[in-house]
Design a protein around this ligand. Structure first.
Ligand code: NAG
Ligand code: NAG
Ligand code: NAG
Ligand code: NAG
Ligand code: NAG
Length: 417
């Protein structure tokens, strides 16, 4: 397969240029593959594009494609790895090992409405990443994503473990022949947070304070992918300036449920600010949006499960309730940060996985993340993603974004629904 015009531009070079080039997208279908030829269209330091700008574009010559709106379509060729070809699958995501009977969930690919999303090409990815580094910052789904990527790259190279710590929440891997380093930082709330006490599920979350376990570590990374979501649906007390400002399912006699949205917004504001104010940081920041869970017939701790074996079509479900509100807040804060970043010559991009993953109730381990154990109550996992599985598509998105730095990911259509 041949890929064209894969430039390795320094983002700084594009900053000074003001809308110059034109973009011609030709889709050439070969027998098996749609091959995307791109003459890149450059916008001033933007990844995501100014949402207000599209009308002013020379529309005849620019074919935009929102890769994040689409449908899942059958893909008989998938999966591209198995639990025998990839060693990196975390035990709890190794669904086939734990007896998952169906395998159709692995056999889908994401088809954007207006174009093709090329399948992840590990050689090409590593070539683009030569001499670079990437950090996955967030909850255990960030780790799930990194492990998926290691599996997709396993056809090319097995990385060496160069971790500073012996803790799977803080791993560091190096692809020696490409001098590419990949690391994950576990920070479920993104900001400083502490369990109220060791027996409690309740977290004190300090919405205006940094979590230094990652903020002190990422300045040398070229790409930083952040995410956050799931943990904000658990029991939390929010603190600002050391004072209680909100509570979410906190179950304390003296507090009522309040200010989740305020707290959540502040968390993202603090997170983006801390990234944008890092000294000497020159990397690109990706916000990987919420990955919805799919518990049905009960909450996660009340017997909820996810037994479907097929994706939804986009007209069969939609984001609602908390998930929708939190999604909007994230996007709003992202846009503010993107503008701030632009002033400083820092690029922020939106890896908007929410819609695609919303449609995949079939991709979670459910009860196949463990062996049954009669001595313990094991909850069904409808949050993480089986490997191989739909989360592999995140790497398709990521590579495509790296190739087309001007992807206009307009997930705001979701906001207007
Ligand atoms: C891989 O999955 C198969 C079932 O498809 C299972 O029998 C096997 O134990 C698994 N192997 C590993 C190494 O996880
Ligand atoms: C490897 O990449 C790092 C940056 O990630 C760079 O500082 C270093 O010089 C590179 N090493 C080689 C041998 O190219
Ligand atoms: C609420 O009660 C807990 C202990 O039950 C206490 O630690 C906390 O400070 C109280 N919060 C407020 C706002 O009074
Ligand atoms: C969704 O769209 C498909 C194809 O366009 C159609 O066959 C199906 O009936 C629709 N389902 C719903 C729930 O509207
Ligand atoms: C459950 O507990 C019993 C008694 O302690 C033990 O013999 C058995 O092996 C345990 N079963 C599992 C699956 O751990």
């Amino acid at each position: 397969m041949k890929f064209l015009h894969i430039e390795n531009t320094n983002p700084k070079q594009t900053v000074s240029k003001i809308c110059i080039l034109t973009c011609i997208i030709l889709l050439i279908f070969t027998v098996t593959t749609a091959l995307l030829k791109i003459n890149r269209y450059k916008l001033p330091s933007t990844a995501f594009g100014d949402l207000k700008e599209p009308e002013s574009l020379p529309s005849a010559s620019v074919k935009k494609c929102d890769i994040f709106s689409g449908e899942w379509v059958p893909n008989p060729e998938a999966p591209y790895y198995t639990n025998t070809t990839c060693w990196a699958i975390h035990e709890h995501q190794n669904c086939m090992k734990h007896g998952r009977p169906d395998s159709e969930f692995m056999k889908w690919r994401w088809k954007p409405n207006e174009c093709e999303l090329p399948m992840f090409n590990p050689f090409q990815f590593l070539e683009i990443m030569r001499g670079k580094s990437m950090a996955f910052v967030g909850d255990s789904i960030a780790r799930n994503h990194m492990q998926s990527m290691i599996c997709l790259l396993s056809r090319v190279e097995r990385p060496i473990d160069v971790s500073h710590m012996n803790d799977f929440s803080f791993k560091r891997w190096k692809y020696s022949s490409y001098n590419f380093t990949m690391a994950n930082y576990w920070t479920p709330h993104l900001v400083r947070a502490k369990k109220m006490d060791s027996n409690s599920a309740l977290f004190n979350v300090y919405i205006d304070e940094l979590d230094e376990t990652w903020t002190t570590q990422i300045k040398d990374f070229d790409h930083v992918i952040i995410n956050g979501g799931q943990w904000f649906l658990g029991p939390i007390v929010f603190y600002e300036k050391q004072k209680v400002v909100g509570c979410q399912y906190c179950d304390l006699a003296n507090m009522t449920h309040s200010n989740l949205y305020y707290g959540y917004r502040k968390v993202f504001r603090t997170t983006f600010r801390s990234i944008l104010s890092l000294e000497n940081f020159k990397g690109t920041t990706f916000l990987r949006t919420f990955s919805p869970s799919h518990f049905e017939n009960g909450l996660w701790n009340k017997g909820g499960k996810c037994v479907r074996t097929k994706p939804f079509r986009s007209n069969e479900t939609k984001l609602e309730g908390y998930d929708l509100e939190l999604h909007k807040i994230r996007l709003e804060e992202f846009k503010v940060a993107m503008k701030e970043g632009r002033k400083k010559g820092l690029k922020l991009m939106l890896l908007d996985t929410t819609q695609a993953m919303l449609l995949r109730p079939d991709g979670h381990p459910n009860k196949y993340g463990y062996w049954p154990n009669e001595n313990m109550t094991l909850y069904n996992d409808c949050v993480h993603w089986c490997l191989p599985g739909p989360i592999d598509t995140w790497s398709d998105f990521l590579l495509q974004m790296l190739k087309m730095e001007n992807v206009r990911s307009i997930s705001t259509n979701m906001l207007h629904r």
